[in-house]
Design a protein around this ligand. Structure first.
Ligand code: NCD
Ligand code: ZN
Length: 375
C-alpha cells in the first residue's frame, strides 16, 4: 500500500443532466460520483432540458445545484438557435460558453456560419466589457469558448476565435487530423487549448465493436492510429476531462428509439490514468497538470483551500458496473484491471469521502462564479 496525497482534481467536462434527465443523473448523484473519483470540481454542460441558454435558466440551474451538490460545480452556458446569445448578461456567472457544431446528444447544434460568427463576436465584446478572460488571470473576466468541433468544423472555430481574440478550448479531441491541427495552431501562437477523454485515450473502434451501445459516444471511438496520435502529442493536450455523459443501459440498448450517444466516466478517470503512470506511459506530474492545474488555469478556478485527495496507487482492482455511484451504474471500462484507489477526499478542511463512503451533506459544495447568488 502506497498512499499518495495529490491536489484535488477537476473534471472540466461533465453532463450532470439536471434539469430534465434526472433519471440519468442529478446534482447529487453526479457530484457523489465525482467525489468517488477524487474530483472536487466539475464543470457542467448546458445540454439539459431546458438548455442553459438564458439568464433565468442559468439561475434556476444554479439554485437546483446549490441545494444538492457535495462538490464544487461551475456551469456552462450554451449557444442555441432559439435563444441565440441571450446568456450574455450572465456570462460572468458561467465557467464558459459551450458551442456544439458537430453531432451530439440533444438539440444544441449550431449549423450556420452566420450564427456561429455572432456567438464569437458577442462573447468577445462581452469579454471586453469585463476586462478580458479569466484564463488571462483577470478575475472579473469571463471564461473561454469551449467547442465540440470535429473534422472540418475545427478550422472554422480556430479561425473565428483567432479573428476575435477569443480563447478557444476544444473539447474531446479524438483524431490525428485534429490534434495535429491544434498543435500547429499552438505553434503559431493561437490562444487554443484542448482536452482528450480517457475513452479516446484508452479505447479504439475495435472496442466499440465489442462494446456495442456501451461504446457509442460522440466523437465516436476511432482508429488505433488516431489514439497513437493523441499519445504522441500528449504535450499539446492541455487537460484530460471525461465527458461524463450518463444514459441508462435501457436507453443505450433500446431497439425502438435511436440509442443516445455518451458514456459515464468521472469515477474511472483517475484509476485509468494512474494505471498509465504505472505502465510508464504518463508521469504523475502529467496527470496532476492535466486533471488539476490546467483546468483551474484555463477556466480561472481557484484551488479550494486545504483540499486534497489521498490515493492508494498500489491498489489493483477490476472495474465493475456495480461499484459505480453514478445513477446509471455502468461504465464502458467494466472488466478492466486498473490501479489506484481513491481512499480519502478532503474539501476545504472537511473529509467529504473516505473508504468508499460519502461524508458530505447535500448542498455543502459550492456553485462557482456566483451563479447561485441571484444575478
Ligand atoms: C453527450 C451527451 O450525452 O450529453 N454525448 C456524447 O456522446 N458525448 C453530448 C456531447 O458531449 O456531445
Ligand atoms: Zn460532452
Amino acid at each position: 500500500m502506497t498512499i499518495l496525497r495529490l491536489p484535488s482534481l477537476v473534471d472540466a467536462h461533465v453532463h450532470v443532466r439536471e434539469p430534465g434527465y434526472e433519471h440519468k443523473e442529478d446534482f447529487y448523484s453526479g457530484t457523489v460520483a465525482a467525489l468517488a473519483g477524487g474530483v472536487v470540481t466539475i464543470l457542467d454542460m448546458p445540454n439539459t432540458v431546458p438548455p442553459t441558454d438564458t439568464p433565468a435558466r442559468l439561475l434556476a440551474k444554479a439554485r437546483l445545484a446549490q441545494a444538492k451538490v457535495v462538490c464544487d460545480v461551475g456551469l456552462f452556458v450554451g449557444a442555441t438557435t432559439t435563444e441565440l446569445d441571450a446568456y450574455l448578461p450572465v456570462a460572468q456567472a458561467a465557467c464558459g460558453l459551450k458551442i456544439y457544431v458537430s453531432d451530439t446528444f440533444g438539440s444544441l447544434r449550431i449549423e450556420s456560419l452566420d450564427l456561429l460568427h455572432r456567438f464569437f463576436r458577442s462573447w468577445a465584446e462581452c469579454a471586453a466589457a469585463h476586462g478580458g478572460y479569466r484564463s488571462q488571470g483577470i478575475a472579473e473576466g469571463i471564461g473561454p469558448i469551449a467547442v465540440h468541433a470535429e473534422e472540418l468544423m475545427l478550422p472554422v472555430c480556430l479561425a473565428l476565435a483567432n479573428l476575435h481574440g477569443t480563447p478557444l478550448h476544444v473539447v474531446h479531441v479524438s483524431r490525428r487530423s485534429e490534434i495535429e491541427l491544434i498543435r500547429k495552431a499552438k505553434e503559431q501562437g493561437y490562444a487554443v487549448t484542448c482536452e482528450a477523454t480517457p475513452h479516446h485515450l484508452f479505447l479504439t473502434a475495435e472496442d466499440a465493436a465489442r462494446l456495442g451501445p456501451r461504446g457509442d459516444m460522440r466523437p465516436r471511438l476511432v482508429t488505433a492510429d488516431d489514439v497513437a496520435a493523441l499519445w504522441e502529442n500528449m504535450a499539446y493536450i492541455d487537460l484530460i476531462a471525461t465527458d461524463h455523459a450518463p444514459h441508462t443501459l435501457q436507453e443505450k440498448q433500446s431497439q425502438e428509439a435511436a440509442p443516445p450517444p455518451g458514456v459515464p466516466g468521472v469515477e474511472t478517470l483517475l484509476p485509468l490514468l494512474l494505471t498509465a503512470v504505472h505502465e510508464e506511459r504518463l508521469t504523475l506530474e502529467d496527470v496532476v497538470e492535466r486533471c488539476a492545474f490546467a483546468p483551474r488555469r484555463i477556466y480561472g478556478i481557484d484551488e479550494p483551500e486545504d483540499s486534497y485527495i489521498e490515493v492508494d496507487v498500489d491498489a489493483e482492482f477490476t472495474v465493475r458496473d456495480e461499484a459505480m455511484l453514478t445513477r446509471v451504474k455502468w461504465t464502458p471500462f467494466a472488466g478492466r484491471r486498473v490501479r489506484g484507489r481513491v481512499e480519502r477526499v478532503v474539501l476545504r478542511g472537511n473529509e467529504v469521502f473516505a473508504d468508499g463512503q460519502l461524508l458530505a451533506a447535500p448542498g455543502s459544495g459550492r456553485v462557482l462564479f456566483g451563479a447561485a447568488d441571484g444575478i
